[in-house]
Design a protein around this ligand. Sequence first.
Ligand code: PLP
Length: 423
Amino acid sequence: MDSSDAKQLFADFVVPNYGRYDVVLDRGEGTRVWDDAGKSYLDFGAGIAVSVLGHRHPRILEALSFQGARLIHTSNLYYTRPQGELARRLVELTRLPGKVFFANSGAEVNEALIKAARKFGNECIPKSGQAEPRYEILTFHRSFHGRTMAGISATAQEKVKVGFGPLLSGFRHLPYNDLGAVKDAISPQTVGILMEVVQGEGGIHVAAPEFLHGLRALCDEHDLLLMFDEIQCGLGRVGTWRAWEDLDPTVMPDAVSWAKGIGGGFPLGAAWFGQKSVQRREGGAIKFCDLLQPGTHGTTFGGTPLACAVSLAVLRAIEEEGLLAHVRRLGAEAVQKLQAVKGVKEVRGFGLMLGMELDERLAAATQGSGPTAALAVVTRLLQNGLMAVPAGPTVIRFLPPLNVRPEEVDEAVAILAATLQSF
Ligand code: PLP
């Protein structure tokens, strides 16, 4: 089957909900992928921050074949060792006591956070003693929390909501890094705050340490949940297991969601809930992480032995290969090099989650070559052998595998510089 056949199959049989680049990918190895015509590309998208160990990593292949030959799936009606061990590992990585719920994607684990917050708001008495239930979750402009109905309701970007009303009520969107706006917005209905400490899809924006600190203080004062969506920025992407730690290590969340890189390409999502003691209207005190009791929430595929075994292998490889320090070092070097590229106005982010804001000249020069400047540039980067991801209309995102080599970073920077020159 050649490329045109593959594309025809999509045209005939696949729902056209994605804009796709004109390439049929066939195989990958390390930081490179090849299309079906044999052309190679440097993969600085990594499946949108997913393939953290690159392609065909031996530890992932080993886990797939070992666990695949043993037990791929069973239901959550039974116990399995890999799920328990992965939960323990994730609790260790948060450095906070708590418990973990597993699902298959980012949207689903954010759904779990939202449902747990609703349960907390409906069933628990806040410190103030307020009798009325609380349900409202505050989120931030340019955020992205997934494509389920709750996800798009939580997401503060109009483009994901259009055509899907009525949305789930109970979300309010506020300016990012504006503590005063949050203080003013908190109402008797507010139950929590959901945020990305490094916003990904919205264009790579980093939370100010004092903002995080202030949010924690407000949450403590009003007995609100502070929930971090670390789906894109967590588990090593910015050079630490806990992205928030780089900004303010003293800030402790009540809940965290992870997906994307957690399985190195194998679908998996996880939500961690902390041990905060909460007082139920009926049934006395309970830990927040025990609120989702049997029958309240679940999913068939959440935490299969295969997914969890692969994730354990991925997390082990990140540790054993010293990738956190590697990401921090390469990221800092990359920022320096990218700042010097003509056409880049600003580089945002850290570790290997970097966004290059295009300057006005380039944004104007790309007009007519694509719906947005970022898309026009990313399309030409692909033609030039580099995969990157747009983030908003004028930002190019680099999200390479965490084990990318320094010479591959140099190659990507050179392709970016030459491509921007070509406009
Ligand atoms: N939250 C964040 C921060 C994300 O970046 C994404 C995906 O881009 C999601 C949630 C949704 O994850 P998924 O696409 O796995 O549902």
